[in-house]
Structures are given as C-alpha cells and as structure tokens.
Design a protein around this ligand. Structure first.
Ligand code: ARG
Length: 480
C-alpha cells in the first residue's frame, strides 16, 4: 500500500485525513458482502489471467497473483481470514489480503477494473449459482407433488370456487395444478439466469478503459454467454436482481397459496388431508392441538420476497446514471430473503412427502353439495338439449333432491323422467364423485386418465431437465 498507510486501499492520496470512525462503520459492507468472497476471488482470477494474456501484467506477476488468490480462497474456506471494516467491502478486503500475501504485485490486480463493475460481476456469479440451486429445489417439490398425484389420481375430491363446493376433480389433478405453477416459476428463474449470465466486467467505473483488455476472454473463463454492450448501462443496472426478486415473489405466492389450501383442508371442518406429526407443532396450553405452523410460516415468509421486490423498485427508481452507493443496499435483504426462500422450498418438499389425503372424507365430501349438477346438465346436452334448458332441468332436479334430502344419484328413475324424458338409468353413470371425474373429456380436464398421462409427461420433462436418461427410451439394437 502506498506509504504503508492504514485504511482502505481505495483511499488515495487526495485525502488529507483518515476517515472518521463513524464513516467507516456506516459505509462498510464487509459484514454482509463477505458472502460474495468466493465469487470475488473467481472474478479476480479470471481478470488476472486476462491481464497476463494481453500483457498488462507479466506472466510471472499473473502467476504470483493467482497463487495469492488461491491461498486466500483456501484460508477463507478454513475460516482463517479476518475481514475488517477498515477495508470497507469484500473487494478491498480481498485486495488487502492479497497484498499481505504477495506484496506490491497485488496492486496490479485492479488494473482496468472498478468496484462498480466488480460488484455487478460478483452479484451475477452469486445469482447464477443460487438460481441453479433454486431450480433444483423447485424440481424436488414438483417430484413430491407428482408422487402424491400418482397415489391419489383416481380419488375424487371437491373442487372449489368462491370456497364453495363446485365440481369434483381428481385429487391428482388438483396437485398437478401446483406442478404447473412451479414449472412457470422455474421458467422465470431460468429467464432471470439467462439475462444475468452476461459479463459486466470491463465496464470499469462507467466508461470502460483505455487499456487493451479482452472482455470476451474473461467471459469465456467465467462461463458467461457474452459481454454487456454498454458500459454505462452495465454499472447502472440492477435489472438482474429485479428479475430474480419478481421470480422469487411469484414462486413465494404459489408456495403461500398451497400452504393456505393445506391449512384449510387439514382443519376439522374440511378434514380432507393430514399433515404428518413430524411437521406439526403443539400448543403450550391446549393439549389437543396439532398446528400447521410450517405452512403458516411459509405463507408468512412470502412477505419477505415481496418486500425485496418493492425494495428494489424503490431503490432503483430515482437513481441518476450510473453507479450510486445506494446499490450497496441491494445485498443484505437479498441474501437473507433468498436463504429463507430456499428453506421454504426444502421444507415444503418434506411436508409433501409425508402428506396423506383422507380418501374417506374426500369421497364423502363429493357426495354432498350437488357437485354433479353440471355433469347432469352436460349429460342432457349430449342428448341434444340446449345447454340453457339442461341447466334449468338440472336445477329442478337439485331442488327436488334437496326437498327429499337425497343425492341426485338417489332420485328414482321416474323422478328423473318426470323432469325430463331423456333422463334414465345411464344418467346415474355420470353422477357422484367418481362418475363425474370419469366423464370429463376435454383436454386439461380433471379426469384421472388425463392425470396419469400428465404425470408421465411431467416425469419425463423433469428427467430431461436433470439430464437423466429416459428408462422407456428404446435402446439402439447392438451391432453384434
Ligand atoms: N460495496 C459496494 C457496493 O456494494 C461496492 C462498490 C463500491 N463502489 C464505489 N465506487 N464506492 O455497491
């Protein structure tokens, strides 16, 4: 360090005084951006290789720097590094640690680089890894849902609109609805990854550099799809975090709605499913209680993702181009929220793997509430009756059944025929939970047959995403 002075290497000769301790404490980010250490080092390794390649540093200096950076990484892994607020952030702390190990050569590493492009690089590298892990975790949740859907494909359960019993559906179909939502979430995550996977390094402070750097080379080393095109946009941009926060918020909404469903369905009032004891909590006073706290916490934690999204929208909204220190505020909430979000995905998978639907209660529930009235109307439509008239006839039969206190399927044939002559014995086939779900015929409908096909489809898609072979794929005949 010039003159061996204490303080951040970023404090040049322009200053006549050291920083006030309040300034140091207030501006430091090392207490939270240390999470980026591994990415900061990876970025520096690639940068040093590039500086060596284009001749901005000697090959021997490149080697010295790379050796020093490798040492820092292993010391960090072994918990042997003490980062200090005196050096502000992760970038300056790593540079300082390098200087302690290799001396003055460390000062060459920051050639043609600014913390403004460096932080964008670290964040993009971090995000890429997180997105990969999140996609894997969502895939596991989908897997658990598919197992449940397979188990309960043939069981009818009430489907609700307005939280009133509406029409029976295959329980598997209900579960696959969430598989769809999580697939869109993965799509959004991979979209966010694609946009984040562009190298910002080389934008330097905001304008690029007069030095002959090779950005494509750095991009190739770090596995980026390309380099950003405009240095000002690059240092002013946090869209990649906004994209991620949005994707995480929507996925959190899906987790929250599923939790809400299960909380409701596990009540004595609904009684459609049971959450395993291992995933319920008790009450400190009421001995009989089995509370779905996990699901409530997942629902509650949704606020964090949405808070992160609104935080970013507000953070970026009024910022003049390009970099502003406000950006330092993009990290703490991000790290904490992402950790919590991954925790939700992990535990919901476990909850799902131990969830039991109550076949008896689902079947009973399908017999109450005249949920087969629509199927009855459609049965008449198939016999040539205009839907509006069929709707009216079915309503009359519901009215009759209500008066008698019986199910539609329990009405006498004469009673059916007294309301419409085209009704008869076969009418009963489309009534009751099982009858109704077996009669659904449209693509995407709640018939168990379709559910089983959809499950197969999902399984092969998930295998494809994981790069696993399809067990049913025909092997090529061997040559001998
Ligand atoms: N800690 C800073 C951040 O998080 C790093 C970049 C600082 N750049 C600067 N010119 N002060 O954004």
């Amino acid at each position: 360090m010039a003159g061996g002075k204490k303080g951040s290497p970023s404090r040049s000769g322009v200053f006549n005084k050291p920083v006030d301790p309040l300034t140091e404490a207030f501006t430091q980010s090392i207490s939270f951006d240390r999470v980026l250490c591994k990415y900061d080092i990876a970025g520096s390794i690639a940068h040093a290789k590039m500086l060596g390649k284009v001749g901005l540093i000697k090959r021997s200096e490149e080697e010295t720097i790379l050796r020093g950076l490798a040492e820092i990484q292993s010391d960090y892994d072994e918990g042997k590094i003490n980062f200090s607020a005196e050096y502000e952030d992760i970038h300056m702390n790593v540079e300082k640690a390098l200087e302690e190990r290799i001396g003055e050569t460390a000062g060459k590493l920051h050639t043609a680089r600014s913390r403004n492009d460096q932080i964008a690089l670290d964040e993009r590298l971090w995000l890429r890894d997180e997105l990969d892990e999140i996609a894997r975790l969502i895939g596991n949740v989908q897997d658990a849902l598919l197992d449940l859907a397979t188990e309960y494909a043939n069981d009818a359960m009430p489907g609700y609109t307005h939280l009133q019993r509406a029409q029976p559906v295959s329980c598997g179909h209900y579960l696959l609805a969430y598989v769809e939502m999580f697939a869109r979430d993965k799509d959004r995550m991979s979209d966010a990854r694609r946009r984040a996977n562009v190298l910002p390094l080389g934008a330097c402070a905001l304008a690029g550099t007069s030095l002959p750097i090779d950005r494509q080379y750095v991009a190739a080393i770090l596995g980026f799809d390309g380099v950003t095109r405009n240095s000002m946009d690059t240092t002013a941009d946090r869209d990649y975090l906004l994209d991620f926060a949005y994707a995480m918020s929507v996925c959190s909404l899906h987790l929250s709605r599923m939790s809400e469903d299960f909380i409701l369905y596990s009540t004595t009032e609904f009684g459609l499913l049971e959450i395993d004891d291992a995933f319920c909590t008790g009450s400190s006073i009421m001995p009989q209680k089995r509370n779905p706290d996990i699901l409530e916490l997942i629902r509650g934690k949704t606020g964090r993702s949405i808070a992160l999204l609104s935080h970013y929208l507000i953070l970026v909204k009024g910022l003049p181009l390009t970099y502003n220190r406000d950006f330092q505020e993009d990290k703490e909430l991000l790290f904490e929220t992402t950790l919590q979000f991954k925790g939700c995905l992990q535990i919901i998978e476990a909850v799902l793997r131990n969830l039991r639907f109550r076949r008896d209660r689902m079947a009973d529930a399908c017999e109450l509430g005249y949920m087969d009235a629509t199927a009855l109307a459609e049965h008449l439509v198939r016999r040539g009756i205009p839907f509006r008239q069929a709707h009216h006839v079915a309503g009359k039969l519901v009215n009759l059944a209500v008066q008698k206190g019986v199910k539609l399927a329990d009405l006498e044939i004469e009673e059916l025929q007294s309301v419409h002559a085209l009704l008869g014995e076969e009418t009963r086939n489309v009534l009751g939970g099982k009858g109704v779900i077996g009669a659904y015929a449209s693509e995407g409908s709640a018939n168990p047959k379709f559910v089983l096909n959809a499950i197969e489809d999902w399984r092969s898609r998930l295998r494809g995403e994981r790069g696993e072979p399809d067990p049913k794929a025909k092997r090529r005949p061997s040559k001998n």
